[in-house]
Write a new protein. Structure first.
Length: 119
């Protein structure tokens, strides 16, 4: 499968999960849902972003698709930065921070591969 298509489908799947069940999504991300009653709201915002970015990427072609992949790389890079910062600040422990950061870095790499292959 083309890495861009796979990444876009993955975004949509994760987004649907986050929108449909933010409590389950926060558990999977190992975040403290019971200790933060605002987390379902933020999780749903994350989910809608992922669905929108994945869907528009799937629907686009040519230069527009490449620009959307670059935008996805920027978003995933920001997510990786947020994971590192959460570890540094002590908001999450190291194992959780790594669990949040590694997938974001993987998405950056997948997006870069997609751009290089003119996905």
């Amino acid at each position: 499968m083309n890495p861009v298509t796979g990444l876009a489908l993955g975004r949509i799947a994760i987004g649907i999960g986050a929108l449909a069940s933010p409590d389950l999504a926060s558990k999977l991300f190992r975040l403290d849902g019971p200790g933060n009653p605002q987390l379902p709201y933020m999780t749903r915002m994350f989910g809608s972003r992922e669905i929108a970015l994945g869907a528009i990427t799937l629907l686009s072609t040519g230069a527009a698709r490449r620009k959307l992949v670059a935008l996805g790389i920027a978003v995933d890079g920001a997510d990786a930065f947020a994971g590192v910062q959460a570890m540094k600040s002590g908001a999450v422990d190291q194992s959780v921070g790594i669990g949040l950061t590694v997938p974001a870095v993987g998405a950056v790499i997948a997006g870069a591969i997609g751009l290089a292959s003119r996905g």
